[in-house]
Ligand binder design. Structure first.
Ligand SMILES: *Cc1c(COP(=O)(O)O)cnc(C)c1O
Length: 384
């Protein structure tokens, strides 16, 4: 399916709403039926019906079709946050006694889900370095039900060989799931590489304007319907129609925004890597990135999030650098129009800081839609 068709036409039934180019926000909670027979059909298969907006809703259905098509998936399910999409899906897939293998540095709240939350239900997780495939083979147990991936992750950018892991999991009837927020379907298509379920924080690139929190899962109709009919309807993480509309608006410009972010990040990371105050830059498409061959093999482009380390980086030095930025904002999240910085030291105090621990030294930066020279000028004066 053409990307232009997906973004501009798919799912849009304009004759049904006055030929409006921008679809209406169908704010209604419930939908009426002509007859009991019609209502019965809808109630018997709420997955396919606009019946009540905790389930499906026409504005969400437009978005659902587009996001499924972008991933090359049979279907999609929308959530009111990215972590909602991840947590509800994992709760749906696992039960007491099951085991999950996960990459060791997933998104923070995903890590907390595996460590604290699932533990309460008697579900065990093994955290592995996913950049070495043999770790998957070594961690697998008879009760392993799920392999959870994040490639690249969003602090150290470690990758997993998606085709290899997917083939291994299939041979053992283990479900694979990936957090693909970093690449979006435009730069990485995990389902085509054999992965079963793809999660995204739509808060990031899909929304793209730092004004909506949302999540999405894509996969086979069987898996998506199973999640919808059970945990989704019970736990109630539905996205609001207004948020769905903001995501539709974001999608129209996704290719342009992503390309701009990718190109500017290439320029900014090159400039930083050559700066005398910079020890190293971590970005999958940087020359010399440890897994650069795999990155170019399975990714068609790279997100605008990267990390870097200053030379002789004391906590005070990192903090002073960030505090001196005039245009690049100190803030969490990413994927919006604005460039951001968040150093690892933001979650520790001076006593905890270890100058020899690379993880403590990382400064994460996101490059938005500004002119790259404007950002470089800001970085230059802060480094000085
Ligand atoms: C932000 C983020 C999430 C969580 O998404 P929310 O929309 O904030 O709930 C999950 N994974 C990654 C990689 C993220 O950056």
């Amino acid at each position: 399916m053409d990307l232009s068709f997906i973004l501009n036409e798919l799912g849009e039934d304009r004759e049904n709403y006055f030929n409006a180019v921008s679809p209406p926000i169908m704010q209604s909670t419930n939908f009426a039926f002509k007859t009991i027979a019609d209502l019965r059909v809808a109630m018997a298969n709420e997955f396919e019906a606009s019946l009540y907006s905790r389930g499906q809703n026409p504005t969400l259905t437009i978005l659902r079709k587009k996001l499924a098509a972008l991933d090359g998936a049979e279907d999609a399910l929308l959530f009111n946050s990215g972590i909602g999409a991840i947590s509800v899906t994992i709760l749906s897939l696992l039960k007491t006694g099951d085991h999950v293998i996960t990459v060791k540095d997933p998104y923070s709240w995903t890590g907390k889900l595996f460590n604290d939350f699932l533990f309460k239900f008697g579900i065990a997780a093994t955290f592995i370095d996913g950049s070495d495939f043999s770790n998957f083979e070594n961690a697998v147990k008879p009760e392993t039900r799920l392999i959870y991936l994040e490639s690249p992750n969003t602090f150290t950018y470690q990758l997993q060989d998606l085709k290899k892991v997917a083939a291994f999991a299939k041979s053992r009837s283990i479900i694979t799931m990936i957090d693909n927020s970093y690449c979006t379907p435009l730069y990485q298509q995990p389902i085509k590489m054999g992965i079963d379920l793809v999660a995204q924080s739509a808060t990031k690139y899909i929304g793209g304007h730092s004004d909506v929190v949302a999540g999405v899962i894509t996969g086979s109709t069987v898996l998506i319907k199973q999640i919808f009919d059970n945990e989704f309807m019970n736990l109630g993480p539905a996205l609001s129609p207004h948020s769905a509309w903001l995501l539709l608006r974001g999608l129209r410009t996704l290719p342009l925004r992503l390309q701009r972010s990718f190109e500017s990040t290439t320029i900014v990371t090159q400039w930083l890597a050559a700066h005398e105050e910079v020890e190293k830059v971590l970005w999958p498409f940087s020359p010399g990135f440890e897994q650069d061959e795999l990155a170019h093999e399975q990714m068609q482009g790279c997100g605008g999030l990267f990390s870097f380390i200053l030379k002789n980086s004391s906590l005070e030095k990192i903090e002073a650098f960030c505090d001196h930025l005039k245009h690049i904002l100190i803030a969490v999240s990413w994927g919006g129009h604005e460039s951001l910085v968040v150093p690892a030291i933001a979650s520790m105090n001076a006593a905890e800081y270890d100058i020899n621990n690379e993880a403590h030294q990382l400064i994460r930066m996101y490059i938005g839609l500004e002119d790259p020279q404007y950002l470089i000028t800001d970085l230059q004066q802060a480094l000085a």
